[in-house]
Ligand binder design. Structure first.
Ligand code: ZN
Ligand code: ZN
Ligand code: ZN
Length: 306
């Protein structure tokens, strides 16, 4: 008998936020040999010449009208890693992120595009891919950012993201940049090499970005993640990371990408332990200025070697 789909959103009246309760995902496969994404190609589901495609999530944590979940396949080649893709190939990925945003944002208040990279943070499929959820609520971190944006707007201070960007532009905490995008380690990062990517233009979401802006985003993403792998002469590669797009349909919001790099030193990971997980009190045991300089140097060295 088909199990009836019940809304997985559980309201926490104490923290005033939602939890997604997806008990059916307990049965999902973990590291099985047959790749479901290669099977899409084998079964003729991917158009000739197409490198980037959508695979419906086989164990969706969300279903309409609460949400939708998709897997974004980055490339046909199972053995490629994100950093082995070319700028053009990543540009195609960002174009699919944009069209997914434009579709899902008509039905859901939040479009969460993200990637979990590395076994140490729970990656179970190794074919290069990421995920996108459309969800009918605004997750708590994003809501907090939106509240800040609204408060600053009402106080007549303008966009707080533009403010941060202005302060960090050209500073020691800027790790890389190009015509349309900048990458920083702001002073308040939680992980030693956590990097935030901002478009130079104030734009609320990827749906409003031009092809030129997306191509520059692709180039900057590659530089930053390849830079992680070049840290300490490659001793931290492959850097496990969580990558997510923060965006909203509210034009006061400022689109940005957050990359939480989990490594803190060769062979060492930063864990969200008690103070972080139980209180939400983050401690960063390193200097963001120093780490930004390390990452900046690793990227510059890598560019020279190209
Ligand atoms: Zn595969
Ligand atoms: Zn802004
Ligand atoms: Zn953010």
């Amino acid at each position: 008998m088909q199990e009836e789909y019940t809304t997985p959103l559980v309201w926490n009246p104490i923290l005033r936020q939602h939890l997604v309760n997806a008990a059916h995902r307990m049965n999902r496969r973990e590291g099985t040999t047959e790749c479901p994404f290669c099977a899409d190609v084998k079964n003729g589901l991917v158009e000739e010449g197409k490198q980037v495609w959508l695979h419906p999530n086989d164990f969706p944590p969300l279903q309409p009208p609460v949400g939708e979940a998709y897997v974004v396949i980055y490339n046909r080649d199972h053995n490629k890693t994100f950093t082995q893709l070319t700028v053009d190939e990543v540009f195609e990925v960002t174009r699919l992120w944009r069209s997914l945003y434009n579709d899902l944002s008509t039905r859901y208040s939040t479009v969460m595009t993200f990637e979990n990279s590395g076994t140490s943070i729970g990656q179970t499929q190794f074919h290069p891919h990421g995920q996108t959820y459309g969800i009918s609520i605004i997750p708590s971190y994003l809501e907090r950012e939106l509240e800040t944006v609204i408060l600053e707007d009402e106080a007549g201070n303008g966009c707080p993201f533009c403010q941060v960007q202005c302060e960090l532009s050209g500073s020691e905490q800027e790790v890389d940049q190009n015509e349309h995008w900048q990458a920083f380690l702001p002073p308040y990062v939680r992980y030693p090499y956590e990097t935030h990517l901002y478009p130079r233009r104030h734009v609320a979401n990827i749906g409003d970005m031009s092809d030129e802006e997306l191509r520059d985003l692709a180039a900057l993403l590659l530089n930053v993640i390849r830079g992680y792998n070049a840290l300490s002469d490659g001793e931290m590669a492959p850097m496990p990371y969580l990558l997510g797009l923060h965006q909203l349909a509210d034009e006061r919001f400022h689109f940005h990408v957050e990359i939480l790099a989990i490594g803190r030193a060769p062979g060492k990971l930063k864990y969200a332990a008690s103070s972080e997980s139980i209180w939400g009190q983050w401690t960063n045991d390193s200097s963001p200025v120093q780490k930004a300089q390390e990452l900046h140097s690793a990227i510059e060295k890598m560019k020279k070697g190209q």
